[in-house]
Design a binder for this molecule. Structure first.
Ligand SMILES: O=C(CO)[C@H](O)[C@H](O)COP(=O)(O)O
Length: 223
């Protein structure tokens, strides 16, 4: 089994009958969604919400019962991947472009489980360019303000066009190389007019589940 699948399937073991489950986005979350569907076929009774149109589509295809956000107060457990994880369980997310919805789900979940393979663990965040979702209006002004924070910026493209998020916005990938104070940087970025949110997730993770190439899985709980 590949390490992403290992981590994903371990996380799904924590789902219990009656839960509202948040579905993440990406190639690791993909395995979690498949395993959840399998458990539903075996009798598990849950309802789910998704962090992207792609995950919602996959969940619908696999027969996972989806619930409108207006019908729930809180999410019991969200399972999602990450692009980088530091030793304090701070994350960079958004490689798949779903960071805004992912952060909304994570922030409104009783528990937030992050599933990764070992390649995602880093000493300091920032080698992976930080995705920042911004509104398209006067994007050059917003990008200039981002540059003032000390990063190189690149507008994310898809098939020679600007990548458009599920929320109708664009993504600027900001290369900081090394992020020393993720909590502070998260605040500074989100104070820039035009920024919707960024991919720094601080103090949100309940447990990190790591899949290894040798078949081992490790669960690290937030102390
Ligand atoms: O944040 C994300 C999507 O916006 C993903 O969780 C992140 O990019 C990790 O992806 P993968 O599981 O494919 O490695």
């Amino acid at each position: 089994m590949n390490p992403k699948q290992l981590a994903a399937e371990k996380a799904v073991e924590f789902i219990e009958d009656g839960m509202v489950v948040g579905l993440g986005t990406g190639s690791t979350a993909y395995w979690a969604i498949h395993k959840i569907a399998q458990r539903i076929q075996e009798g598990l009774r849950i309802r789910a919400v998704a962090s992207s149109r792609d995950s919602e589509e996959l969940a619908n295809k696999l027969g996972i019962p989806m619930v409108p956000f207006s019908e729930i107060e809180v999410i019991d457990l969200t399972i999602d991947g990450a692009d980088e994880v530091d030793p304090h369980l701070n994350l960079i997310k958004g490689g798949g472009g779903a960071l805004v919805r992912e952060k909304i789900l994570a922030s409104n979940s009783k528990r937030f489980f992050v599933i990764v393979d070992e390649s995602k663990r880093v000493e300091h965040l920032g080698q992976f360019p930080l995705p920042v979702e911004i509104v398209p209006f006067a994007a050059n002004f917003t990008i200039n303000k981002l540059k003032e924070l000390g990063c190189n910026t690149r507008i994310r493209m898809s098939n020679d066009k600007e990548y458009i998020t599920d929320n109708g916005n664009i993504i600027v990938d900001c290369n900081f190389e090394k992020i020393v104070e993720p909590k502070e940087l998260n605040k500074q970025i989100n104070l820039i007019p035009g920024v919707v949110d960024n991919g720094l997730f601080t103090r949100l993770v309940s447990s990190l589940i790591i899949g290894y190439n040798d078949g081992k899985v490790m669960v690290i709980d937030q102390p």
